[in-house]
Ligand binder design. Structure first.
Ligand SMILES: NC(=O)c1ccc[n+]([C@@H]2O[C@H](COP(=O)([O-])OP(=O)(O)OC[C@H]3O[C@@H](n4cnc5c(N)ncnc54)[C@H](OP(=O)(O)O)[C@@H]3O)[C@@H](O)[C@H]2O)c1
Length: 217
């Protein structure tokens, strides 16, 4: 297993529930965590609410300073944000957890993405970064809940760079209860992002925070 314990984790859009939830778990696991935002003060407030040594700064600052950068912004802002950070993110592992989803009266559904998926869009916009797709199905509610000691799911990790996917699998396992599982190349990220719409339907029907487990491995 790759040793990732010393790596600093930056989170773009870390002021939202998903970013804060991941930040909280990585900070508790001992990682230096940098919360990113379009507004430095919002980032600092979010970092204070997490504690455990997390700090906050503008997204560009975080992208420049962190070893691994997680993208946790809504799909609407995804492409433009990454385009603006191409230089800062060059050479880094960039972890995309963005689910391009629409919502209507029937619930959640997957949006078409010209590049195939949000993760492939990130890879197209960031040719000098190592883009990995992961953390699509983990519930922010569970990540943020202090009563939840273990988060019971497999995190599917997709990418075209073996060292980068190994690193992100190991990072996922810093969250108690989580197993990181390689889920294929980036060209198969669409199904993983789209599956979140099914999980949202499951959550609504069963009043749950469902996760998935892969058997026989
Ligand atoms: N919530 C979940 O349980 C969950 C689970 C798995 C994956 N995800 C994915 O994670 C991402 C974040 O989810 P979330 O629920 O945390 O979303 P969110 O609260 O709506 O947004 C997260 C942060 O993104 C920033 N942001 C908003 N619009 C932006 C734009 N146009 N450009 C740049 N930054 C923008 C905001 O931070 P500032 O205003 O401070 O810049 C906001 O606090 C989504 O793509 C979602 O699909 C969410």
């Amino acid at each position: 297993m790759t040793d990732v314990s010393k790596l600093s984790i930056g989170i773009l859009g870390g002021t939202g529930d998903q970013g804060k939830g991941l930040a909280r778990r990585f900070a508790l696991a001992g990682h230096p965590v940098l919360i990113g935002s379009r507004n430095a003060q919002r980032a600092q407030e979010a970092a204070e609410s997490i504690g455990a040594g997390a700090t906050g700064a503008e997204n560009a600052d975080v992208a420049r300073r962190a070893d691994i950068v997680i993208v946790a912004v809504p799909y609407e802002g995804h492409k433009a944000l990454l385009e603006s950070l191409r230089d800062e993110l060059a050479g880094k592992i960039v972890v995309d957890c963005v689910n391009p989803l629409g919502f209507d009266k029937k619930g959640a559904y997957a949006l078409p993405v010209e590049e195939g998926s949000a993760a492939q869009q990130a890879a197209a916009v960031l040719p000098d970064s190592r883009v990995v797709a992961a953390f699509h199905h983990v519930s922010a509610v569970l990540l943020l809940d202090p009563e939840v000691e273990k988060v019971d799911l497999d995190v599917l990790v997709l990418g075209d760079d073996r060292e980068a996917t190994d690193t992100v699998q190991a990072l996922a396992e810093a969250i108690p209860g989580v197993r990181g599982v390689y889920g294929g190349r980036l060209r198969n990220a669409h199904q993983i992002e789209a599956l979140t719409a099914n999980i949202i339907s499951i959550n609504r029907r069963y009043k749950a925070h469902a996760g998935i487990r892969i058997t026989d491995i």
